[in-house]
Design a protein around this ligand. Sequence first.
Ligand SMILES: Nc1ncnc2c1ncn2[C@@H]1O[C@H](COP(=O)(O)OP(=O)(O)OP(=O)(O)O)[C@@H](O)[C@H]1O
Ligand SMILES: [Mg+2]
Length: 279
Amino acid sequence: MAVVVENLTYTYPRAARPALDNLTLHIPEGQFCAIVGANGAGKTTLCHALTGFIPHFYRGTLAGDVQVVGKAIAQTPLADLAGEIGLVFANPFNQITGARFTVREEIAFGLENLGLPRDEMVARIAEVLALTGLEALADRSPYALSGGQQQRLAIASVIAMRPRLLVLDEPTSQLDPVGAREVFTVLRDLAAEGSATVVLAEHKLEWVAAFTDRVLALAGGRLVADGPPREVLAAPEIAQAGIGQTRYTIAARHASERRLAPAGKPLPVTLDQAVEFFQ
Ligand SMILES: Nc1ncnc2c1ncn2[C@@H]1O[C@H](COP(=O)(O)OP(=O)(O)OP(=O)(O)O)[C@@H](O)[C@H]1O
Ligand SMILES: [Mg+2]
């Protein structure tokens, strides 16, 4: 298992209620897993718990157990987790070092800190440029890229370090649909190749539905649903938990209620499923 979380309860310092409430979940290696939930549901907090920011940076009260790639997070110093776990944030612009003139050099920046031999660095840079589709942009300035390209650069810089778990907190929130598609495609390929396990907090349910293997739904710090995207995102409880639903699910639910579609058919969460549903 890439991630083992057992009975995790976490309360921020001075907070009245836990931000994560008795979570148990296991994520196998190579899975592309989304965390969805309304604002304040605990998505970012779960990302912090998987990357070791909780408890090493955020104090508060922690109970239960988190293990990532076989390491007990609470007992492992952040410096020792850095090689195993990569983290990507919402705003790609903030992740550019500002110290390098080209995309290639930007990716090299993190690798230099690992003290890798030059041949190994060159090989890794070529590999992640290919994986993220940035080869043609390798000699451009990071600042000359679109938002989607910058976010792919941030992902390339992180995966060049070969983390076994990649955690992303709303990496497409600053991106247009073209950029979001680029990022989701890279993440899906990365997980499918077995290069890394990918955990992504995301509000955009239609992208989650079309690209991920599994959806964890949080509400008030609790895990309210966990399963394949269609099972989780089409469930009525998800809409009630303030998580929303895809436009495909909304249309199909209305049609079923008005007897314009057969009752009892599973509701769609993607365009392809909607086409099949309405046939
Ligand atoms: N640093 C902090 N100190 C105290 N409470 C916090 C802190 N960060 C988050 N919280 C609280 O923890 C709960 C979960 O917040 P979290 O940021 O994990 O939610 P989220 O699902 O990421 O929301 P969003 O969609 O807005 O990003 C909320 O009640 C929030 O107010
Ligand atoms: Mg958040």
